[in-house]
Design a protein. Sequence first.
Length: 260
Amino acid sequence: MNKFLLRALVLASVNIAVFADAQFRTRNRMDKLEDFDEQKFSWGFYLNGNRLDYRIVLHPRYGAEGNQNLVKSKESYSFGAGLIAKWRLNDYLDLRLEPGLQFAQRQLTFNTQSNDQYAAGTLTNPPFLPIPLTEKDKVREIKSTLVDVPVLLELHGQRWYNSRPYIAAGVNYIVNLQSNSDSEDDNMQQVFRSTTHNFAWSAELGIQFYFNKFKLTPAVRGTFFMNNEKVADNANTPPYWATAMSTLQTRAVMFVLKFE
């Protein structure tokens, strides 16, 4: 084994052991922030890293050819931050409001040149004038700035030494500040449009650690849009882009660090 890697593993193991001993040894049981969770209201903030992509339901004619999907989503990683407001309901339930700002950039690839075969029109779609798709036409880099307002109901267990596990679930109202939904241009002008106002549901799992001055909570949260984010292209635009998709929905997995 590489000597540097071995030293890093040994150092990490020592640090984890020291942390675990300081955090969980018996003589420290319940001696940190004992009254913190008795407050009716409390506040904090969080930082998070995200993994985002799209869930796509393809149009059966324009989005697929045989067994090949003509539209593909590439996942991306980003970050965000927000505030925490907690309302204590009882010994086991808290209601949380956690508004935040999330930044994202995703990529959609449209390999839809084969839709030229429908240029003469179909029973449900009018004819169109085919155009040769360049590499710029096939790829859409979609930047999003999301104002995320989740309301979560948290169910937690009893404190064990200086930690407490919990699960939470709730709904989100999400505003996409870079949706381009009001733009008159569409994919013919390299403008990808999506909905501004969105709704999602979230589920979260984490452990709360109590220190002398604050509470630290690492958690994993999944957020899944419920509405269709797709905005249709203009009527005279060929079915290479938005028409190739029936449904477009964001899904995100977040690693969250909360400080209270």
